[in-house]
Design a protein around this ligand. Sequence first.
Ligand code: AHR
Length: 507
Amino acid sequence: MAEASVIVEGHPIGTISPRLYGHFAEHLGTCCYGGLWVGAGGPFADVEGFRADVVAALHDLPVPLLRWPGGCYADHYHWRDGIGAPASRPVTLGMSLGIGSSDSNALGTHEFLRLCELLGAEAYLAANVGTGSLQELCDWIQYVNGTVDTSLTRERAANGRPNPWGVRLWGIGNESWDCGGRYDPVAYALEYRRWATMIRHVDPGAELVAVGLEDDSLPESNLDPEWNAKLLGALGPAVDLVDHLSIHRYWIRGGPEVDFGERDYYALLEEADGTERLIERTARTIAAMTKTSHPIGIALDEWGVWHPEARTWGPGNVERRQPPTFEQANTLRDALAAGIAFEGFHRQCRSLTMANLAQVVNVLQAVVVTDGSACMKTPTYHALSMHRPHIGAEALPVVVAAEQAGPFARPGLSATASRRPGSLAVTVINREYERTVTVNIRATGRVSSSTLLTADSPNAVNDPTNPERVSPRRLTVDDTHLGRCTVQIPAHSMATIEFSTTAADRD
Ligand code: AHR
């Protein structure tokens, strides 16, 4: 058995915005159609056309932010196809399973924004720069947010929504360096400057997200590692039109989705760890390229694990599913990787302004998976739900002392902490593949609850035969000393310990 200590320090790093706990719903595979949207009165119980069990699970998670309709799909999406009487909506070419699939457009603007209301989520809409026009986007923004009596706002009212939704977040394209049009950074900067200028005339309060690029893309992709610097440089004074710079991070080096061994286990956790370094490097580029006081946040608006079985590209010596459905198994290892990412998100909460796990249902690192009538919460769902106390709280620094584990010589234990009036929460991850760790935690207050996410194996999944195999359980805590407690965290596990505090504890 190994030993470790966690000391929670008192000076906050910043606030953990609920936007860091965002999700992503794309018209891809069975995420939107089949996962979220099943239509009213069909074989599955529904809430206004959305699958009721899925809505309930997501509502409880919670989902503070939801990005839609893509992804690459956004650069093909025409919002007018998805309004008005469902029967008169066009059936368009979908991207769900590549060429050959179609989109009924039954899930359109009104439906998506209603889903956000049902979930209590802020909406984040991605605009079509690839095949759409700037006028089309200006019209969409006016339709969604307009308060003046115009033909577009009358049309919205005639379609059942008199009041504007007030959507703040608008993405100007998606991966414009590749699927969004294969721009170069200077060409995209010129496009962005024009689009952002005209959008602000329609809605001065819109928060705009420019397409950035991670600086360490796969070498074979031939993408420009200097994209962010060139884009921000080419914008010149118009850099003030950027509120957030989007980057994506998929972890792809963890070997098979389920049948991985010890080295692959650590390789995935190592990649998850590297997400924070990507955020830090991007923040440095933004700081170097922007001399104005206008802050530009980082929008990590797609992140998570993308296993080789669910993609046609990149490393991974396994059989790929054909055609790709973008569906993949979700193990306890994936849940721990998500927890590691959140440690970094909390530490970087002053520069990271949003993050969207890809994707919310059925696709990639989904939190909910449907299989016929079954609706399962994945291990990743439970990892996120155990982070609930951190949402909107103040991130606190932690000092961890732990033995090294695995081939990458990293500490075998990591942690994050936050506080809000009356409580403090610590989430600890035992990354050790095989060893239990006894952890001494020093934090203010009295232990009020403690939860453990574990399983007999890091390869464990929740499936219809055993949907609760990986699910939170109570953790025994030795807390005989005020301000100190000891817990035993089994190998490959995550624990959240909450403390109740008083005003005196804060000082
Ligand atoms: O999330 C799946 C796809 O990954 C998105 O459509 C795209 O933005 C990214 O490449």
